[in-house]
Ligand binder design. Structure first.
Ligand code: ADP
Ligand code: MG
Ligand code: MG
Length: 252
């Protein structure tokens, strides 16, 4: 589904990603862990097509198509979803209208008829229950005045509504209390299927108690320096990132 080959990226002339290789297949959950400043959010932003990131090398294929060649909105229409580390507030756009527009665009892109209002509301109600989001939030402006936990839940609602092929969650767990964490994780677990995939970026092992990844990658200084299964996350939690650094310098 996603094939990242030797991806190199600079921000304001500074090299941040120094050759990322990663393959994600349908049905898989990958966790990317790493210390602050290692390039996790940069990777997510480049995949989503955020401006100000200059790709200086490598390629990314999404379902065989050149992802980096697509406009950000086409990436979303092709089924890529990014939950940002810091969700934006959009005053004046209600959550419900945002979802309606987004779903309309995705359906149109796929050549499907728009959902009727009745079907849309039914879908919304089902998904809202799934992610245990209060009905009142849905009618408010997008993310405006939402608590940190509410924003994250709301992103999971967007995820549930849009049903992307590939969802990238950038530190969706940061700032969440344990209940919100569980709701977010339950949402992901209910949404995962053989046809979709998730890349979960996290600083802590805690989230992975709830979302069990098939693979764990350690991103350090712009490179994936180690990959493994979920045991690698436990090892990291126990030994810290210094352990990886030490191992790396021992190899050098
Ligand atoms: P992480 O998410 O792993 O904490 P980031 O991808 O946010 O790391 O940042 C990686 C490096 O890139 C850091 O040194 C950060 O300061 C730098 N960086 C990221 N985005 C920008 C930007 N828009 N402008 C300047 N530097 C940036
Ligand atoms: Mg960070
Ligand atoms: Mg980050």
């Amino acid at each position: 589904m996603l094939n990242i080959h030797n991806l190199q990226t600079s921000v304001e002339g500074k090299e941040i990603l120094k050759g990322i290789n990663l393959q994600v297949n349908a049905g898989e959950i990958h966790a990317i862990m790493g210390p602050n400043g290692s390039g996790k959010s940069t990777l997510a932003s480049v995949l989503a097509g955020k401006e100000s990131y200059e790709v200086t090398g490598g390629e990314v294929l999404f379902d065989g198509k050149d992802l980096l060649d697509m406009a950000p909105e086409d990436r979303a229409r092709e089924g890529l979803f990014l939950a940002f580390q810091y969700p934006v507030e959009i005053p004046g756009v209600s959550n419900i209208n945002f979802l309606k527009t987004a779903i309309g665009e995705i359906r149109a892109y796929k050549g499907l008829d728009p959902l009727s209002s009745k079907d849309f509301l039914k879908l919304l109600k089902d998904k809202q229950e799934l992610v245990e989001l209060k009905a009142s939030l849905v009618n408010r402006s997008l993310n405006e005045g939402f608590s940190g936990g509410e924003k994250k839940r709301n992103e999971i609602l967007q995820l549930a509504m849009l049903e992307p092929k590939l969802a990238i969650l950038d530190e969706t767990d940061s700032g969440l209390d344990i209940d919100a964490l569980r709701i977010v994780a339950n949402g992901v677990n209910k949404l995962r299927s053989e046809n979709n995939a998730f890349v979960v970026i996290t600083h802590y092992q805690r989230l992975l108690d709830y979302i069990v990844p098939d693979f764990v990658h350690i991103l350090y200084d712009g490179r994936i320096i180690k990959s493994g299964t979920k045991e690698l996350a436990f090892e990291l939690e126990e030994k810290g990132y210094d352990w990886v650094k030490d191992e790396l310098s021992a190899q050098a």
